[in-house]
Design a protein around this ligand. Sequence first.
Ligand code: GDP
Length: 300
Amino acid sequence: LDRLRGRLSRSQSAVGKSLLGLLGGGDLDEESWEEVEDTLLIADLGTATTMKVVERLRQEMAARSVRTEAQARALLREVLVDELDPGMDRSIRALPHANHPAVLLVVGVNGTGKTTTTGKLARVLVADGRRVLLGAADTFRAAAADQLQTWGERVGADIVRGKEGGDPAAVAFDAVAKGAETGVDVVVVDTAGRLHTKTGLMDELGKVKRVIEKQAEVDEVLLVLDATVGQNGLTQARVFAEVVAITGVALTKLDGTAKGGIVFQVQHELGVPVKLVGLGEGPDDLAPFEPAAFVDALLG
Ligand code: GDP
């Protein structure tokens, strides 16, 4: 939690500072409200969320006669945390079934941090006492499978990989089959993400999921989004959501951006929770997403 705060606040406290500066004096004129609005938009909260937040702030500022920065902070915190729907289930569904392991699919565009996130997640699961098998279903880049293999060796997870250029769905199928055979708890499948061939990706990803479902249910489809690309991430999210039912989002590279507000938009757009955040390149730099801690970090 403190680590999250440290990492986030470095890049984002500017947002919190300007908001608290604006709201802390009470009685805002129209110009100041526009500044509040602009600050939220610049932080990537998106139009819909920004309008909702400003509306609530306007009502509550008056109702509670907010006059100090401490009061403004408490109000902002409450409104923003609420907007992140803290009641959503953000746990990773990784409990094995009677006759097959839990199956997690990791999807996303290349370069977002998909393989790194798969590796870090495996590490968390192994540390949690689960036996993990990795499936390298990105058969288009040998480097992707190599990278995943290195993670597997590092965290103590076996890996199933196919021939370069082979059928990704076949690798996914084999990984789940081997997982069931060897009695592992969780199979995490890393998929390919060449978004420039949209229909190809759709077909391929859909097939990967369908083929896995011949022998096991897919418990979790984690969409990996790069927080630094802003609105582009939302476009990506829409494309993936058309192909597979996303159950959670891992938002990476939050350490490198002041635009963490994208969290609000992603949840709003997909209707699924952000479950994990990436805070760096190291093996421990993956954290569960906690709305209250996130907002605290945002407010600095
Ligand atoms: P993939 O193509 O989506 O599988 O992406 P990779 O997992 O290879 O990651 C792409 C780059 O992003 C690598 O250099 C990673 O180390 C880096 N990366 C991944 N996650 C994070 C993160 O949370 N923060 C930072 N700063 N870098 C990250």
